[in-house]
Design a protein around this ligand. Structure first.
Ligand code: DX5
Ligand code: ZN
Length: 217
């Protein structure tokens, strides 16, 4: 299914109100909910671990899309399966054995995603296309919300051609807004993560702002 899917990143939500924030973005039309896990080691920031993700689960009625910005990954895969992740994405840069990691994610019953930092070329996933359900193209250097979009449209177009008729999503993460979204969409992306562009100006008391922000993307 290559229809457009908007995946708000709750990294930009009110951290004291995750349940209500998740319900609000879904009521306003979010297709997936994107959860950014950071370890203060692979990226210079810390967010949430498996117990927090498990607490989000009952509030997510759509798809819980968990993006691991952690290294190493393999020892935590079962914990995120238990926490209820539908899609678990690991970075190709996070260790020497991404193939093993993707196998383990699928074996644990989740869809497997592989993320590429801006400096990693499309060719790096050439031998993984049958192992992955999603390729996440980072359009910022991961670690923080609200950064400036880095143009990766050529990489996205290359990946779309490499994927051919396989059922592999191309997700864009970082700096997605009403200006940049059409560029990556035209290049072949189908899932757009957006943090600051969705939550900007809204709140759980003004959820219609989230809806309008998503419509604008
Ligand atoms: C970046 C995260 C992103 C981020 C997106 O490290 O993986 O998901 O929260 O935020 P915006 O849309 O604000 O760039
Ligand atoms: Zn992310």
């Amino acid at each position: 299914d290559r229809s457009l899917k908007i995946a708000p990143s709750i990294l930009s939500a009110d951290f004291a109100n995750f349940g209500a924030e998740i319900r609000a973005i879904e009521a306003q039309g979010a297709d997936w909910v994107h959860v950014d896990v950071m370890d203060g080691h692979f990226v210079p920031n810390l967010t949430f671990g498996p117990p927090a993700v498990k607490a989000f689960r009952p509030h997510v009625k759509t798809v819980m899309d968990v993006h691991l910005m952690i290294s190493p990954v393999d020892a935590y895969i079962d914990a995120y399966a238990d926490a209820g992740a539908d899609i678990l994405t690991a970075h190709i840069e996070a260790g020497p054995h991404i193939h093993r990691t993707l196998q383990a994610i699928r074996a644990a019953g989740m869809k497997a995603g592989v993320a590429l930092n801006p400096g990693t070329p499309a060719e790096a996933v050439a031998d993984l296309l049958d192992m992955a359900d999603l390729i996440c193209v980072m359009t910022v250097n991961p670690g923080f919300g609200g950064q400036k979009f880095i143009d990766m449209t050529a990489k996205v177009a290359k990946l779309r051609a490499m994927i051919g008729d396989r059922a592999v999503h191309i997700e864009i993460d970082g700096g997605v807004d009403p200006v940049t979204a059409p560029l990556v969409r035209a290049a072949g992306a189908d899932v757009l993560v957006a943090g600051s562009a969705v939550f900007k100006g809204g709140s759980v008391d003004k959820p219609e702002v989230y809806g309008a922000n998503m419509q604008a993307i």
